[in-house]
Design a protein around this ligand. Sequence first.
Ligand SMILES: [Zn+2]
Length: 466
Amino acid sequence: MVDIYIRGGWVVTMDRERRIIRDGAVAVEDGVIIDVGKREQLDEKYRRYADVLISAERDIVMPGLVNTHVHLAQGLLRACADYLPLIEWLRDRVWPLQGNYTKQEALASAKLVVLEMIKTGTTSFLETGLVGRYGPDEIIEMIHSTGLRAAVARHVMDLKGYATQDNILHEGLVESGDYSLKDTVRLIEKYHGWDNRIWVWFGPRTPGAVSTELYREIAARARELKTGITMHLAEVREDVEYTVRNFSKKPVEFAHWLGLTGRNVVLVHVVWVEDSEIRLLSETETSVSHNPSSNMKLASGAARVSDMLRMSVNVALGTDGGPSNNSYDLIREMKHAALLQSLRTLRADAIRAEDVLEMATIRGARALMIDHLAGSIERGKRADIIVVDYWQPHLHPLNNPVSHLVYAASGYDVKHSIVDGRVVMFNRRVLTLSEEEILEEAERAAWSLYERAGVCTSPDLKWPIY
Ligand SMILES: [Zn+2]
């Protein structure tokens, strides 16, 4: 007997040889991939003995996507902060909204985001910054119940600034160093490693909101507790000015000086960096989460992704959040990643679709330190698999599945999703969440949040609504 047998279609494995198997098949038992190969060879062994038989003749079968930069608390903030650069975007819109959340509203936002990610093919993600007011315990338990894998970083901070002098964190988000550090350790003790699907990381706030002493403490505690650290870095030019002015160090040098580089660190954005800093990232095996839509929309800049890949940095992909992207669809993000490198370098071959698909799968798994479990379809790994329907005009004919996934597909082409051997979406119906309830809850929560914050109470539109 096997639990799940997927037969037919193109299997894009992302294994060590990056094999693509035409008319392939995958067998799953007890959550583990036990066989991958040609359908004609596997059919005999598994076809008649499977609990769940998935026909994928007109589909692409591939590893579930890994989104390495997500803000669950920004699901309700879509269209609340358009047309603004990062600092005003945070100070005038995003922070006041996030600083007014009730736990119930934050949970409604998190559910909405998780639902969107399941529906667009993400099976693992890295949440960047929960705080006490969002109710991190309830959010983590909700994620676990949906079946997804997630590393959930909790914010740690002891100052209130960010980058420029007039930019002060909203009072509703301020926490003390003692509390935010202790609460992160509490969450790690409670949830880290839960069913090999949930991990709790440190999420130090961006330079300006954390003292050097606390940064060092975070680096030491993460090593001691064997967990990860994720932090926004060098997103806009003001970030470079801040570390140079205050510490005479470029952003990556600053992070490295404090112990915030290494195999367990994911630095986010990393737009404004020089060659010497890229080298440092490579030498320390620090991962970078690239978020092209957010960087374009907030006019932050174009990250040097093709240079980083050439210098052997592990670059992964992230969507960022509702008010910066404004989507959590990682397949759409792949297209933006590819196009942005061509535009930045004025070279049509600056980056290939293969590179971008690696960023969204196996490189993401490596960034989350779960590449022994996920990120590819190969024997012995946990079964995190998505099935993409290519029998549609925009993906037809399928002469190159990798090119089509990166340049032509969208997350809404994902038909089925399996995480850890459990089917979480079948024929686009999510089985672990109630879609209707989540949409209704999110709508109610959003309007009460906007009213309380006094932000986003009417749409930012130049046209009249009748
Ligand atoms: Zn972010």
